[in-house]
Write a protein that binds this ligand. Structure first.
Ligand SMILES: Nc1ncnc2c1ncn2[C@@H]1O[C@H](COP(=O)(O)OP(=O)(O)OP(=O)(O)O)[C@@H](O)[C@H]1O
Ligand SMILES: [Mg+2]
Length: 396
């Protein structure tokens, strides 16, 4: 079937790029300028194209394609459901990526395929294609629909139903699931892979560039009193992180966008990963893992922190869910030392601050809530502790 062979031509293509490009910035530039038409089948129109692809996958079944606006995330991708017209069952989903983010499409397909080969639970890739309209050419990923609800949905139930025992159990098994994901495909421990290090430092550099260009209104909103000295501290801390990445750490696949809408607790009673393009850089050209799992671990803890800061969890609920996640995680995962915890939270902070600052005047603060302000307060506290340390070592 044409659509299946195009999945392997796409993943072979991505793998060969990863083998040949050793610098992560360069890789992103190359990925953003892909000529998708040369290795993907082209279809005309969005819904018509999806229908054609789906008819090949589900040969002989009468199908309809309907838009699924409730699946829309922040990335600008749009979803369609392919429905069996006779049984009304959902056969699969089509995720249509914006044209200017087709590199995310390539990365997502590559990581989903790799994870599937390592038996990591995530949607199966059924087909890929290029949907062409007069205005745009957009990558489409036809994927298995996972029946169930996101972890975000389950957390929201807590305030509605005070369903706390169930949620504690879920966070314990979520911890085990993430640790198992981190354990697949590798047992290597060592300094951070140079490509990954470069990628992390790139995230920090990007946020610093955005913050340097931030206007008075942004600084006031974040609560930054003295931008120059704030940025000076961030640069100093970045250097500290650079040194820290020379220390030994596990090497693993990572997700890198651990917000709770990116995990489904399936009707099968198991967790499944969604939305995997962010962490795809941690899958190398041989489909082996090269990321640092500490980032994901801290992202989960920090997302629980957002809920607490937003008043959606009481301090008791926050502590309980965090403890359950940690208990589940450490059954087979490695919990980072406090210095590494701070540094990987720092990367998490930079990832968010870079994005919010860039899109601040285009609605990012409304979409992402108060996280940027929490991060600035956290960074100020980190700076205070750092200064205290310097003072006490000088006195000693
Ligand atoms: N395969 C799937 N099975 C079931 N639900 C899905 C699937 N893919 C996506 N969804 C639903 O659609 C939502 C958005 O999906 P996804 O995270 O892939 O899109 P996105 O646009 O990249 O999102 P964001 O940028 O906000 O993270 C998910 O939170 C989930 O509710
Ligand atoms: Mg998502």
């Amino acid at each position: 079937m044409a659509s299946f062979s195009s999945i392997s031509s796409l993943t072979d293509h991505v793998a060969s790029l990863r083998e040949t490009i050793s610098d992560s910035d360069e890789y992103r530039r190359v990925m953003a300028n892909q000529d998708l038409e040369s290795f993907l089948p082209v279809y005309s129109g969005i819904e018509e194209g999806i229908h054609q692809i789906a008819s090949r996958i589900f040969n002989g079944v009468s199908l309809s394609v309907v838009s699924a606006p409730s699946f829309k995330g922040l990335s600008g991708s749009v979803f369609y459901q392919v429905i069996d017209s006779t049984t009304r069952k959902i056969c699969c989903l089509a995720k249509v990526f914006p044209e200017d983010r087709s590199y995310e499409f390539l990365d997502e397909v590559y990581s989903l395929k790799t994870y599937g080969e390592h038996s990591i639970r995530c949607p199966k890739v059924l087909a890929v294609g290029l949907l062409k309209t007069e205005e745009q050419k957009r990558g489409v990923l036809m994927e298995e629909m996972i029946p169930g609800n996101t972890l975000k949905y389950h957390v929201a139930q807590l305030s509605d139903l005070k369903n706390s025992e169930e949620l504690k159990r879920l966070f314990n098994s979520f911890g085990k699931f993430i640790a198992k994901f981190h354990q697949q495909g590798s047992t290597t421990i060592g300094p951070t892979d140079s490509y990954v290090k470069d990628h992390f430092l790139g995230i920090i550099e990007n946020a610093l560039k955005e913050l340097e260009g931030a206007d008075e209104q942004i600084c006031q909103y974040y609560g930054i009193k003295n931008k120059t000295s704030f940025i000076q501290f961030l640069r100093k801390y970045m250097q500290h992180g650079n040194d820290l990445m020379k220390h030994s750490a596990p090497r693993s696949f990572i997700h890198m966008d651990c917000n709770f809408s990116n995990f489904i607790y399936g009707e099968d009673g198991e967790f499944h990963l969604l939305d995997t393009y962010w962490g795809a850089f941690a899958v190398d050209g041989k489909k082996a893992p090269r990321g640092v799992p500490f980032l994901d671990y801290m992202q989960v803890i920090n997302r629980l922190g957002y809920l607490y800061n937003d008043g959606k969890l009481s301090s008791h609920e926050y502590e309980e869910l965090k403890t359950q996640f940690q208990r589940g995680y450490k059954t087979i995962g490695v919990i980072p030392e406090s210095e590494a915890q701070n540094f990987y939270s720092f990367i998490d902070a930079m990832l968010l601050l870079g994005g919010v600052t860039k899109w601040f005047h285009h609605g990012a603060k409304e979409l992402l809530g108060n996280c940027a302000q929490y991060w600035v307060a956290w960074l100020e506290e980190l700076r205070r502790l750092d200064e205290e340390k310097v003072v006490s070592s000088t006195v000693a």
